[in-house]
Ligand binder design. Structure first.
Ligand SMILES: Nc1ncnc2c1ncn2[C@@H]1O[C@H](COP(=O)(O)OP(=O)(O)OP(=O)(O)O)[C@@H](O)[C@H]1O
Length: 536
């Protein structure tokens, strides 16, 4: 049994003066927004991934016969097949010169390799693959190495980005050198710009020749956020950047609608493809953001359809997420070639900027008591409260709405406008405590969330990492508190491992619990409501 519940928020003091700058941030009304609902599932047994593998194999066989493109054949590196032998190719190319010059070039080549290695070590960048481009020392290298246009550098500066984050340092050169990227980096570490930046750089300028880049996100809200970030980075340059809205899916004629970069959930793209409204045969970049989520049952069929439709043989496909299980790597191997694997820190780990705690509350009733007590003692908004499902979100909201904590709720039963308002109010500081389901657990960038509370224990270690990752973003510190009851004890160890791996304390008895093969942990929980139905 853990300490008494008043420790729930120990270390957090709701002090307006002290946190004046945080409150000031609240006041800044952000432009537009996001809110979600996961795409509905579509039944489709087709296996385009299989088709892609078949076509790839055929292509490789043909290439092998002609002696061309031998770099398509795989060198397994650190357990991940990177269909290439471009390193030896790069050194071979040096062999065309005379011996002295060749020696010098080889020395220089090895010096650069060593420099790259030690720089990566400093920034906790782990790579596998061959002939991997050296990481960016700073953003100015985008100009010196890749002839980046000024508008992009200016926009990075305007956004206040002084230097690239580790994932940006490595993933940007990988994509710019025409390689596919399999990337895993902590939540809030700048993965979005790591793929947007090279896409803008490579596409150079707007064109009316059809869609050239597709970014898939698992939720509408995340797609909307990504489209906004993309427009921010492209500011001052004419690009056709389109968010696939319901309206666009239904009414747009994409053969006439200029679109360079299409950002969408897989469901909507698949719908447009089915209606024969969308031609993706010229797509040069396909990004699967939150790719482990996209590869989950229900979404993978839709993703499959999109992968199949992006039939350009020279397409670059890349995967990004904060959690990439081995099963996803295996699946990725079937659709990627010449890929570089980039891992920042440890794979599948939480951001080290978040102070994490587990709190035992005995029963469902204990949760509400603990929460109220801690809110009375100290509250440092904005706070995100995650629950297991929308019914529980409504129940908890009904309990808290009359408390003096400016609570609001977001779940899939609300209209799009209501969901957007809930997010908007949370971002602007009108709402202090937002009760949410996992629908906003991934990718959503609320910069100032001070504390995430898992009111209900998350249903997997990955869900835990993404939920708490709404705090502690872009270099800020954050706090995560996970409440657990007797029913959650068998599943504690998996989350405890994540907590311990990021350097936070976990009681020894929890680390001694047996490891559990964990599918989804969604126990039947007692109702949160303390009022009878007639009270509602
Ligand atoms: N180079 C940079 N310097 C400072 N801030 C940055 C930089 N790159 C991105 N950011 C900011 O960091 C925040 C988090 O970025 P982003 O949303 O891309 O994270 P992420 O890694 O995709 O997180 P998640 O896994 O939760 O989706 C954003 O507010 C973004 O503006």
């Amino acid at each position: 049994m853990e300490k008494d519940t008043s420790f729930l928020f120990s270390g957090i003091t709701f002090n307006r003066k002290k946190f004046a700058s945080d409150f000031a941030r609240f006041k800044e009304k952000k432009e537009d927004d996001d809110l979600v609902e996961t795409s509905s599932l579509v039944e489709n047994g087709s296996s385009a991934i299989e088709e892609v593998v078949r076509v790839d194999k055929k292509r490789k066989r043909k290439a092998a016969r002609s002696g061309k493109f031998s770099h398509w054949f795989s060198d397994p590196v650190e357990g991940f097949s990177v269909f290439t032998s471009s390193k030896s190719k790069a050194i071979d190319e040096l062999g065309d010169h005379n011996e002295d010059g060749n020696l010098q070039q080889k020395k220089e080549y090895h010096r650069q390799l060593e420099e790259g290695c030690s720089f990566r070590k400093t920034h906790n960048i782990h790579v596998s693959g061959s002939n991997i481009p050296s990481p960016l020392q700073d953003f100015t290298e985008l100009r010196s190495r890749y002839n980046c246009k000024f508008y992009l550098l200016r926009n990075l500066t305007e956004m206040g980005f002084k230097e690239p984050t580790p994932i940006q340092r490595q993933a940007i050169p990988v994509l710019l050198s025409g390689r596919e990227c399999f990337a895993c980096a902590p939540t809030g570490s700048g993965k979005t710009f790591a793929f947007i930046c090279p896409i803008l750089l490579k596409l150079k300028h707007a064109s009316k020749d059809g869609v050239r880049a597709v970014i898939l996100c698992p939720t509408r809200e995340l797609a909307a956020q990504t489209a906004r970030e993309c427009k921010k980075l492209a500011k001052g340059k004419k690009f056709y950047i389109k968010l696939m809205t319901k309206q666009l899916t239904k009414s747009a004629d994409f053969s006439k609608l200029p679109c360079d970069i299409l950002i969408s959930t897989p469901f909507r793209v698949q719908f447009a493809i089915r209606k024969k409204k969308l031609d993706l045969s010229k797509v040069e970049f396909l990004i699967l953001d939150e790719s482990d989520k996209l590869f989950e049952l229900g979404l993978v069929e839709q993703v499959d359809a999109v992968v199949k439709a992006c039939s350009n043989p020279s397409i670059l496909r890349s995967l990004f997420s904060a959690t990439l299980p081995d099963t996803v790597e295996e699946l990725a191997r079937t659709i990627m070639h010449d890929a570089v694997r980039v891992i920042i820190g440890r794979k599948n780990s939480a951001s080290e900027l978040i102070k994490q705690k587990l709190i035992f509350v005995g029963s469902e009733e204990g949760k509400l008591l603990a929460l109220r007590q801690s809110f009375t003692e100290s509250l440092n908004p904005p706070v995100l409260l995650f629950v297991q499902n929308k019914e529980r979100a409504k129940e908890l909201y009904n309990e808290l709405k009359y408390d003096d904590i400016r609570a609001d709720v977001i779940h899939a039963d609300l209209s799009q406008i209501q969901r957007e308002d809930a997010i908007d109010n949370f971002r602007s500081g009108k709402t202090w405590v937002l009760i949410a389901t996992d629908v906003i657990a991934r990718g959503m960038d609320f910069k100032g969330v001070n504390c995430v509370i898992n009111y209900d224990f998350p249903d997997s270690a990955a869900a835990y990492i993404h939920r708490i990752g709404r705090s502690g973003r872009a270099g800020r510190s954050g706090e995560a508190i996970t409440l657990y009851t007797e029913a959650d004890v068998p599943f504690l160890r998996n989350v405890a491992n994540v907590i311990a791996a990021s350097g936070c304390e976990v009681p020894e008895w929890i680390m001694a619990l047996p490891k559990k093969k964990w599918r989804k942990h969604r126990p039947q929980r007692d109702s949160i409501s303390t009022k009878g139905e007639e009270d509602d």
